[in-house]
Design a binder for this molecule. Structure first.
Ligand code: C5P
Length: 374
């Protein structure tokens, strides 16, 4: 029986870029937040006898998804099998529900979902803990045990980082601090869930080019690598201190559907505080995505999409808690306290022909609880 895995997406609640490094990457400070919006990755795997070569096959319902070793899910499975010292025949199917759009980490999420599916199929958790793998198909609990195993966990983080800078965050889930080139990840207390609108403009942004444009902008403005590093360190500390004691443990769970029960007036509010932790901690007042400074001048329609998400200049509209480019784009997001506010943002985008998705931010507990349950 194949294993079906929810492959969630992410946004960046702020992204700050440091100077270029000799290895071709840039130092970053970012706050990742996982979303309920997901693809489905299905994995079937069968062990092969020693000496036989690994066989991987990949299919997708979406024609733009590469069906070979260029695919992040393929790379992850290949590296994981090598790390386990196993040979296997693996079939991966990626059912794309997320937009194939930069900024949401969809490919990176697919890589982690494929790994989780592979582990479940091969019953890796039994071996890691030195006990036989579970006979029944209740892998969910086993995977959660595995996540708690420090040695296994750090090996998974290593291979995730080899596949891409924003792959490791999907091994943590919830609200995650990303440092170094984005692959050095730290779980933070979850921000209480909010409604989220993803806007998917019909333009593409090249991430490496956006980084080069950022370097050119810093050079023009005379920002030295030392000053840039100093600014980045300050921002990393600001993220960490904003979370120190300001977020109630665990946050509130939305579940994978991202839907909370309605209240009487049909506006599904946060059941907890009427104010978002993003506002309470002050984060929403100082976060920014540095990529906006290079991407918006080249694609002015994205700046307009951000204004529509924010709703600030729409009479009577409730403003977003925050509206921003995600990663290097071109996806943008807005966060809202109520479902009604989020739906109004989708309505503002409709006349200009920008496609939108309504979802919720997904805290860590819900991320792991629902990943394997269907
Ligand atoms: O790690 P990933 O494959 O996602 O990165 C894609 C490209 O984006 C890199 O080859 C690099 O050009 C750029 N990048 C960067 N600094 C980072 C992450 C990515 O310059 N922190």
């Amino acid at each position: 029986m194949p294993t079906h895995v929810r492959s969630y997406s992410k946004i960046n609640l702020g992204l700050h870029i440091g100077p270029p490094r000799p290895d071709g990457y840039h130092a970053l400070a970012t706050l990742y937040q996982t979303l309920a919006l997901h693809d489905i990755v299905t994995v079937s795997a069968r062990r092969l006898v020693a000496g036989e070569l690994c066989r991987i096959a990949l299919t997708s319902n979406h024609p733009q998804v590469p069906a070979d070793s260029r695919n992040t899910a393929w790379k992850m499975v290949e590296l994981a099998l090598k790390m386990m010292g196993r040979t296997a025949e693996v079939q991966i199917h990626i059912e794309k529900r997320l937009p194939v759009q930069g900024g949401l980490g969809a490919g990176s999420g697919n890589a982690v979902a494929a790994l989780v599916g592979l582990e479940a199929e091969l019953r890796v958790e039994g071996e890691i803990h030195g006990v036989p793998g579970p006979k029944s198909r209740t892998q969910g609990a086993g995977i959660r045990d595995l996540v708690g195993d420090p040695a296994w966990f750090s090996r998974r983080l290593d291979i995730a980082a080899q596949v891409g800078s924003d792959v490791p965050l999907f091994l943590i889930g919830g609200t995650v601090l990303g440092l170094d080139r984005g692959q050095e990840v730290y779980p933070l207390p979850d921000v209480e869930p909010t409604w989220c609108v993803i806007a998917v403009p019909d333009v593409g942004v090249s991430t490496p080019q956006a980084f080069r444009d950022w370097d050119a902008l810093c050079a023009r403005e005379g920002l030295t690598p030392e000053a840039s590093t100093g600014k980045l360190n300050e921002l990393s500390r600001a993220y960490a201190s904003a979370f120190a004691g300001a977020i109630p443990g665990g946050g509130q769970e939305a579940g994978s559907s991202g839907v909370l029960a309605s209240n009487d007036n049909g506006r599904e509010d946060l059941a907890g505080p009427r104010e978002s932790a993003l506002v309470r901690t002050g984060i929403s007042s100082w976060i920014q995505n540095d990529f906006e400074r290079v991407v918006f001048p080249q694609q002015p329609s994205l700046a307009e999409t951000k204004r529509l998400l924010a709703g600030a200049d729409h009479p009577g509209a409730a403003s977003s808690l925050v509206a921003m480019l995600s990663g290097s784009g071109s996806a943008l997001f807005g966060l809202y306290l109520t479902r009604g506010d989020a739906e109004a943002a989708c309505e503002r985008l409709r006349p200009v022909g920008v496609k939108s998705y309504l979802t919720r931010t997904l805290p860590r507990a819900g991320y792991w609880r629902d990943m394997l349950s269907h």
